[in-house]
Write a protein that binds this ligand. Structure first.
Ligand code: VG1
Ligand code: CO
Length: 561
């Protein structure tokens, strides 16, 4: 039998979760009692539901995950949790956790990830709480946790409870007068079963192997040393027969091998360069925790995530899962390009526009209103789980290509011919000081608050745009009617073009300004043009009106997508 101890904690005032959990430098989490404080607050926020509850624990394999898993085991045992399900070695992708919660009807999960942020002792760590629907906790829950962290006086734990998480095993321990169980499991198995239920694996297998009618479709998968490695090896390697040399960076590393595990053109440039050589028909990369994806076609033809969402929406019936469930509706986050809106219109189905962050899709899915959704930040997913899902997105593309028999570029060209093309770009000014970043936002606020701004003509070169509407985006959830405000400054123009400014909510320090630009073209002669060329006038208008360079001293963004 083991005993519970209670230790006085320190008060921390900075444990407010952002877009997707609490993210800070590892060194911040390593402060005495910092992590314990947040974990205790998660359990306290459960109220009486914590008694005999079952929670899943796992993360993206980054530095400090294992230490925090052992802290959580000790604290859970002392807080009357009945059972913890732990991914072996602390490994569990974000989508696989979401699936596990739903499949086995557990009470939720503590997900240890800073997603696409770099890892290692000098980089980032994160803790996210997911609810029993499998999705990230909504604002009401994270606000409750935050309030508790600010007044917590002590935390409870079982000091002598040590579990070997390198071995799959189940351990029952007597803690005080209760039984507490820790089950260490294979984190890959159930997820693979789910993928095989959703997609037409035989068709995908034929695609990647080639047949009498069609040459082999060459795929390269880059896991950026994140958590997807073991999932990719099993699904693309063992199940689909993709060669070992085409599944790269597939061992989860604590510092991601020095890579920045963010699948975009800047941080996954190795993959882009490889695919540019013309051998591969498709390249795909995932982020640290496996919920993001980047898709590129032959010769590094880039599929913008907003277009990816629209193409999947248009072809969803080709995927067995949706043939069965039907299509209930589409959604995108506000800054995401609106290509999918046209598909929704064409299919006469609902389209929802929600704030940035996957948690805002959850209620719609739970209410059976939403089948497919996405974000411009390389997030795509469906109601099979309640997180975005990188491997799912790759399989969805493969499934569709297997059925259509076209290249990725052909699929996009055909899509644009029908719907027109929404050009989209995002500029990130990462690692700014907080003060100047706020000044940039205030600059825009003062512009859009002026009633005379509506109708104003903004020009650059020979292009002129007329302001139709400008606001600070707010969203009322149609299911629980909760209101979320201050979700991004939008300037909408009469021709459908948009400029959006937002501050990132996932950074661990300082501030990141995100500038999103979109415009719509129907003239096919523009379709193959570079988005940066087409959007140049709007980009310059946005940069001038925000005085971003004056305030931050940044001549250029750090990342352009
Ligand atoms: C970013 C993206 C957002 C995404 C979030 C979490 O948030 O813009 O679309 O949902 O990251 O993604 P922000 O607040 O930095 O813009 V992940 O892969 O960290 O779970
Ligand atoms: Co992620």
């Amino acid at each position: 039998m083991m005993n519970i101890e209670e230790t006085k904690t320190n008060i921390f005032n900075d444990q407010k979760p952002g877009t997707s959990g609490l993210r800070k430098k590892v060194t911040v989490f390593q402060q005495e009692f910092y992590t314990e404080n947040f974990v205790q607050a998660i359990f306290d926020a459960q109220g009486d539901r914590v008694v005999d509850s079952t929670f899943v624990v796992g993360g993206d394999g980054r530095y400090y995950v294992k230490e925090v898993v052992s802290k959580i085991i000790k604290i859970a045992a002392a807080n009357r949790v009945g059972k913890l399900i732990v991914g072996r070695n602390g490994i569990f992708s974000t989508p696989a956790i979401s699936n596990y919660i739903r499949k086995y009807k557990t009470n939720g999960a503590i997900v240890l990830t800073a997603s696409h942020n770099p890892g290692g002792p000098d980089n980032d760590f994160g803790i996210k709480f997911n609810c029993e629907n499998g999705g990230p906790a909504p604002d009401q829950v994270t606000n409750r946790i935050f309030e508790i962290t600010k007044s917590l006086e002590s935390f409870k734990y079982v000091p002598n409870l040590i579990i070997d998480i390198e071995k799959e095993q189940s351990t029952a321990i007597q803690v005080g007068d209760r039984k507490f169980v820790v089950e260490v499991i294979n984190p890959v198995e159930d997820y693979v079963v789910l993928m095989k239920e959703i997609f037409d694996f035989p068709s995908i297998k034929e695609l990647v192997h080639g047949s009498a009618e069609r040459p082999k479709f060459e795929l390269i998968v880059d896991c950026l040393n994140g958590v997807t490695g073991p999932y990719a090896q099993c699904i693309f390697g063992t199940e689909l027969g993709v060669g070992e040399s085409s599944i790269v960076h597939s061992t989860p590393l604590e510092d991601f091998g020095g890579l920045h595990p963010d699948p975009n053109l800047t941080y996954a440039s190795n993959l882009v360069d490889t695919v540019r050589k013309g051998v591969y028909d498709m390249g795909v990369a995932f982020d640290g925790d496996g919920d993001r994806n980047m898709i590129i076609g032959k010769n590094a033809f880039f599929v913008n995530p907003s277009d990816s969402l629209a193409v999947l929406a248009d072809n969803l019936e080709l995927i067995p899962y949706f043939k069965k469930t039907g299509i209930k509706g589409f959604a995108r986050s506000m800054p995401t390009g609106s290509a999918v809106d046209r598909v929704a219109l064409n299919k006469a189905c609902d389209i929802f526009e929600v704030p940035t962050g996957w948690k805002y899709f959850g209620n719609l899915m739970d209410a059976g209103r939403l089948s497919l959704c996405g974000e411009e930040s390389f997030g795509t997913g469906s109601d099979h789980i309640r997180e975005k899902d990188g491997i799912w997105a790759c399989l969805a593309w493969l499934n569709i290509i297997a059925k259509l028999g076209k290249s990725i570029e052909e699929v996009l060209m055909d899509h644009w011919k029908i719907y027109g093309r929404h050009f989209f770009t995002r500029y990130d000014y990462e690692g700014c000081e907080s003060l100047p970043a706020n000044e940039v936002m205030i600059e825009i606020v003062s512009l859009i608050q002026n009633p005379k701004f509506i109708g104003e003509k903004l020009s650059w070169g020979d292009k002129t745009y007329v302001v139709q509407k400008a606001d600070d985006f707010s969203y009322q959830d149609i299911i629980d009617h909760s209101l979320t405000v201050n979700q991004g400054l939008r300037i909408l123009f009469e021709d459908g073009s948009r400029i959006v400014f937002r501050l990132s909510g996932t950074g661990s320090s300082g501030a990141t300004i995100r500038l999103y630009i979109e415009s719509y073209e129907t003239n096919p002669s523009t379709f193959m043009m570079d988005a940066q060329v087409i959007l140049k006038p709007l980009i310059n208008i946005a940069i001038n009106m925000s005085k971003v360079e004056e305030h931050t001293g940044r001549k250029f963004p750090t990342v352009i997508t």
